[in-house]
Structures are given as structure tokens and as C-alpha cells.
Write a protein that binds this ligand. Structure first.
Ligand SMILES: Cc1cc2nc3c(=O)[nH]c(=O)nc-3n(C[C@H](O)[C@H](O)[C@H](O)COP(=O)(O)OP(=O)(O)OC[C@H]3O[C@@H](n4cnc5c(N)ncnc54)[C@H](O)[C@@H]3O)c2cc1C
Length: 240
């Protein structure tokens, strides 16, 4: 029987560097042999600290809930970060320890007509998990996503998101760059500057927000205090 205290030993099967500061780890269960979670949940990476207790850091699962034999995580490198230094020191084949799953930011069912994902950086992880986990059950929803990163160099996952856009009947996403080069033709600024495009006051919508706490605060202020949306329409996971 697993519990929050169960330590999951996971083998590092693959490392994918999407950019110099975004690294994906593909982990396979070692013992226990199965790991179950619900889309939207996170795990705690136990970062070894020599003789001292491990340091614990939270990471949202970026792969589908149907897979019980492992999961994928997306890491953003933070200067002098305890977990960041550990993760960027890995080479593959190591066994990492995790506890979890934790968290209650679930995909709301039955879903509304429109699903709006606003994320920044590795905040993509939770939304990717929802899309991958729910696409077979809910292929016809109007899925929209704004994906905020700093510049062109920080963009990642475009081929995978393009593949999802082809697979789903109505999924559209756009990058929003806060500091693009002068050649950038796409959206410039912050994800919260563009959400009015989704006509959410007229189309029944649910918002999922993930990543930077400042973004989440601003979006909630707009939606709850200025636009009068219900709390049940907004689900957020702040990474800081
Ligand atoms: C529920 C939850 C889910 C999360 N999921 C993810 C995820 O999927 N992917 C992911 O990359 N992170 C995620 N995080 C953040 C993650 O838990 C760590 O906080 C982050 O990886 C930094 O850990 P660290 O040990 O490398 O840095 P620390 O050693 O904790 O911090 C080092 C220094 O960097 C600063 N710092 C910490 N975080 C940031 C940041 N994001 N930006 C700038 N400066 C920072 C600190 O203030 C400190 O000065 C999540 C957090 C929560 C609460």
C-alpha cells in the first residue's frame, strides 16, 4: 500500500535538453513498480544532501496519468538552486527518489466548452499533463493556450504542441515573448495581456494558470475582481 511517505525510486531513463535552461527528465519506476496519480498533481524530488536530510522540491508531472510505469518532469534552471544544480549534474541511469503524488489542481469535469491554459516557463508541465491525459476523453473542446517565455531562445516544445494541435479538433496555442528580438512577429508582452482574445465572458470557460506567481495574481485579479468570474472557473498552481 503506498502513502505520502512511500519513497518511489525512479530510474532516469532519458534526459532531453530543450534549451540550455529547460531540461526534461524521463523517469521509469524501479520500486514500487507502479506510480499512480491524477492529472495536475506534482511530486517531491528528494535532492540528496550528503549525511543531512534530503532537500525537497516540487515538480508538476508533465506526462499522462494513464501511464503507471513512470513520468516526465520539466525543470527550469535556477542559478545556485539546490535542485537545479543536482538535476543539471545528472547524466542518465541514476535512481532518483520521489514522494507523492500531491496537489488538488485537477481538470474539472464535466468540462466547459472552452479550456484556457495560461502558463509561463516550465508551467507548461501541468497543462501538458491535462492535454495528454484528457485528449481521448474530450477531443472536441475548444482548447486555447498562451505560453509565456522570455525570448526566442527560451521557446521549447513547439513540435510537440504542433502535433497536439493536429491531433485535437480545436487546440490553438501561441507563444508570448516578454523580451523578443526585433524580428519577432508574434505576441509580445505577458500572457495576461492577451487573454481577452478568448471571449471568455461569452463562452463558458475554465482557466488553468501555472508557473510564475505574479502572472497568476494578475490574472486572478482581472478575472475575479474586474470581470466577475466564479472562483470555480479558475485553477492555479504557482511555482514560487
Ligand atoms: C506545486 C509546485 C510545482 C512545481 N513544479 C515545477 C515544475 O514542474 N518545474 C519547475 O521547473 N519548477 C517547479 N516548481 C518550482 C520548484 O519546486 C523549485 O522551487 C525550483 O525548481 C527551484 O528549486 P532549486 O532547488 O533549484 O532552487 P532553490 O535552491 O530553492 O533556490 C535558489 C535561489 O533561486 C531563487 N528561485 C527559486 N525558484 C526560482 C524561480 N522559479 N525563478 C527565479 N528564482 C528562483 C530562490 O529564491 C533562491 O534565491 C514547482 C513548485 C511548486 C510549489
Amino acid at each position: 500500500m503506498s502513502s505520502a511517505r512511500t519513497i518511489y525510486h525512479m530510474k532516469l531513463d532519458q534526459i532531453i535538453d530543450h534549451t540550455p535552461t529547460v531540461r526534461e527528465l524521463v523517469l521509469k519506476t524501479d520500486s514500487p513498480s507502479d506510480f499512480s496519480f491524477k492529472a495536475g498533481q506534482f511530486v517531491m524530488l528528494n535532492v540528496p544532501q550528503g549525511e543531512a536530510k534530503p532537500a525537497l522540491r516540487a515538480y508538476s508531472i508533465a506526462s499522462e496519468e494513464q501511464i503507471k510505469k513512470g513520468f516526465r518532469l520539466l525543470f527550469k534552471f535556477v542559478d545556485n538552486g539546490v535542485a537545479s544544480n543536482f538535476v543539471w549534474g545528472l547524466t542518465g541511469g541514476e535512481v532518483l527518489n520521489f514522494t507523492g503524488p500531491f496537489g488538488k489542481v485537477f481538470f474539472q469535469e464535466p468540462p466547459t466548452e472552452q479550456i484556457i491554459f495560461l502558463n509561463t516557463g516550465t508551467g507548461l508541465s501541468q497543462h501538458l499533463c491535462y492535454l495528454l491525459s484528457k485528449k481521448a476523453q474530450f477531443p472536441n473542446l475548444k482548447y486555447r493556450m498562451l505560453f509565456g517565455v522570455r525570448s526566442e531562445q527560451d521557446m521549447y516544445f513547439k513540435p510537440q504542441l504542433d502535433a497536439l494541435a493536429k491531433e485535437l479538433n480545436d487546440f490553438q496555442y501561441e507563444f508570448v515573448l516578454s523580451r523578443p528580438s526585433e524580428n519577432w512577429q508574434g505576441k509580445k508582452g505577458y500572457v495576461q495581456n492577451f487573454m481577452a482574445d478568448f471571449d471568455y465572458k461569452n463562452i463558458p470557460s475554465t482557466f488553468y494558470l501555472c508557473g510564475n506567481g505574479g502572472m497568476i495574481k494578475e490574472v486572478k485579479h482581472q478575472l475575479l475582481e474586474l470581470d466577475g468570474l466564479e472562483k470555480s472557473q479558475i485553477w492555479a498552481e504557482a511555482f514560487d
